[in-house]
Design a protein around this ligand. Structure first.
Ligand SMILES: NC(=O)c1ccc[n+]([C@@H]2O[C@H](COP(=O)([O-])OP(=O)(O)OC[C@H]3O[C@@H](n4cnc5c(N)ncnc54)[C@H](OP(=O)(O)O)[C@@H]3O)[C@@H](O)[C@H]2O)c1
Length: 284
């Protein structure tokens, strides 16, 4: 069934990929913030009236991927992070009250402190940074029919803001050897969200492999035969080692694993080298 979707943050790294993928079968209104992108509607998340007016249109779903995402930036500007990541949700909930529109909110593995081997949906949250605290606060507002999708580190190509691949633009890129994650391949996030968006509550997406950021970056560099040197660094040696939990692994008790393993994802990435074409992955 074709859905009417408001996609907040379609100019972002994750949102751009969702915009491309959802637009194949659904009617999507995508939004942007400061970035000028053709085909997207500008709305400032801090403009409550504008956001509310837009959300009151006849949408089946509001997929909310917009906000402040950088850990350091959220730490430096916690009030701004709160306005973008939490207050925007409050505005949306008010706008869709008494309407059938459901909200799908993208959250993060940073709602956890990393002290467990892995986390499932029912595990208690314990954020260690300002960004994670905004995500927990937003999640708590979203009860009822709405859905929270927690995602870990995402890798892959994105059509508008190609942030992950941009790390390979220079001669060297640092990557931590002491941060473990179970990253998900970006094109599979859209497929997974589409498979889960009739659910409510909290769902986790997690990639099958647990590996360090250094291993991930090295594997991507090798797969794409890039000249960039991936430089091993230690989070423990950074000026703020407490900011990043050293192991964040999301697992789900609500669905079978979704998305490809790393070799399959790297094959797919290699096949789309330099391509900005619309792509709809076949793995689910
Ligand atoms: N990337 C990851 O690895 C990852 C991991 C875990 C969770 N997540 C979650 O996934 C979601 C998307 O993350 P992302 O990496 O795609 O972030 P991103 O690339 O930084 O995109 C953020 C989006 O928010 C928009 N935005 C920022 N400030 C705005 C404002 N004041 N008004 C309106 N729009 C505004 C940006 O628009 P402009 O660019 O046009 O300004 C952009 O479209 C977030 O909820 C994040 O917490 C991401």
């Amino acid at each position: 069934m074709s859905m009417r979707i408001l996609l907040l943050g379609a100019s972002g790294y994750v949102g751009g990929a969702l915009w491309r993928s959802f637009s194949v079968r659904h009617h999507v209104v995508g939004t942007r913030g400061a970035r000028d992108v053709e085909g997207l509607v500008h709305v400032d998340l801090t403009d409550a009236r504008a956001l509310s007016r837009l959300a009151r249109h006849d949408f089946d779903l509001i997929v909310h991927t917009a906000g402040l995402v950088g850990l350091e930036e959220a730490e430096a500007h916690p009030e701004r992070a709160w306005r973008l990541n939490v207050e925007s949700v409050r505005i949306l909930l008010e706008a869709v009250r008494d309407r059938p529109t459901r909200i799908v909110y993208l959250s993060s593995d940073n709602v956890f402190d990393g002290s467990q081997e892995a986390y499932v949906e029912s595990d208690p949250t314990a954020p260690v940074n300002a960004y994670g605290r905004t995500k927990v606060a937003a999640e708590r507002l979203l009860d009822g029919p709405h859905l929270v999708v927690r995602i870990p580190l995402v890798y892959g190509r994105s059509p508008v803001s190609d942030r992950f691949l941009a790390r390979f633009r220079g001669a060297r890129t640092p990557a931590q050897t002491d941060i473990l994650c179970a990253p998900v391949y970006l094109p599979s996030v859209a497929t997974a969200i589409e498979a889960l968006w009739t659910e409510s509550g909290v769902v986790h997406l997690g990639g099958p492999e647990v590996l360090t950021r250094f291993e991930l970056m090295s594997r991507v560099r090798d797969a794409l035969d890039l000249p960039t040197a991936v430089v091993p660094v230690r989070n423990a040696d950074s000026s703020n080692p407490w900011l990043r939990p050293s192991r964040l692994v999301l697992r789900s008790t609500r669905h079978e694993p979704l998305g490809p393993d790393l070799p399959t994802a790297l094959d797919h990435l290699r096949g789309h080298r330099g391509s900005s074409r619309q792509e709809r992955p076949t793995f689910g």
